[in-house]
Design a protein around this ligand. Structure first.
Ligand code: PEP
Length: 256
């Protein structure tokens, strides 16, 4: 971890494959690696399922593409059948780990406390945590989006979080996998509130943390989303399973 904050947030296009992909789909990664512009000025990350981590890390070794995981356990080792620690993910070649994705908050009842413990585990293991926050449709309809997101953020981030080991992904639950992305105005409002909360709590480190938007990002809407203030990239679900779509989103980010 660095105590010196970078001068500006890193731009990052991060793909989340969720529970999709077998070894046959490593060809998608091969295409991404082949066609990724090395000088693009925007980072690229793919988070495949845990079963493909080692193979993906092997394929991407010495290329600009980095490989991340989708979850980790908070402990380093122990009697936790079926779980994987952050140290194990790093050993498999991961550089990043997504924590607190809304699907895990819903399917596995992960609380902010649990997400914070996972983010701490990521820091301990030398991984960058991509910490996800986002309101549900009901919460937005009730006008509670800022309150919900800033409260999740406060509870899910460990004290001492630094810009080189922490990325925030704002993912409104109603926009994930629905084809209905948030509008630039919606994104600007929430990303502005997130930036302000991060700067207040973490100072220069908070000002330099990358803020990703996630929720139905595709080549057709990427440029408009990346033009929004305080958007430093995207967390991309469905579109990251198509090499050409992921590459087009990455190019749009590099050009933004
Ligand atoms: C996600 O689940 O992180 C996501 C953003 O999915 P999609 O791009 O498919 O909406």
């Amino acid at each position: 971890m660095s105590n010196v904050a970078p001068s500006s947030p890193e731009k990052l296009a991060a793909g989340n494959w969720k529970m999709n992909g077998t070894s046959a789909d490593l060809s998608i990664l091969e295409t991404i690696i082949r066609d990724l512009a090395p000088e693009a000025g925007a980072g690229a990350l793919i988070c495949p399922p845990a079963t493909l981590l080692s193979a993906a890390a092997h394929l991407s070794k010495a290329t600009p593409l980095r490989i991340g995981a989708q979850n980790c356990h908070e402990a380093a080792t122990g009697a936790h059948t079926g779980d994987i620690s952050a140290e194990m993910l790093r050993d498999a070649g991961a550089t990043h780990v997504i924590v607190g994705h809304s699907e895990r908050r819903a399917d596995h009842r992960e609380t902010d406390d649990a997400v914070r413990a996972k983010a701490e585990a990521a820091q301990r293991a030398g991984l960058t945590a991509i910490v996800c926050v986002g309101e549900t449709e009901d919460e937005r309809e009730a006008g509670r989006q800022i309150e919900v997101v800033t409260s999740q953020l406060a509870g899910s981030l460990p004290d001492g979080a630094t810009a080189d080991r922490t990325i925030i992904a704002y993912e409104p639950v109603w926009a994930i996998g629905t084809g209905k992305a948030a509008t630039p105005a919606d994104i600007a409002e929430i990303h502005g509130a997130i930036r302000s909360a991060l700067s207040t709590r973490f100072g220069a480190q908070g000002s330099a943390m990358s803020l990703l938007y996630g929720g139905s990002v595709k080549p057709a809407n990427a440029a408009e989303i990346f033009a929004v203030e305080n958007v430093d990239g995207a967390l991309i679900g469905g579109a990251s399973l198509k090499a050409e779509d992921f590459l087009a989103i990455h190019s749009a980010l590099a050009a933004a």
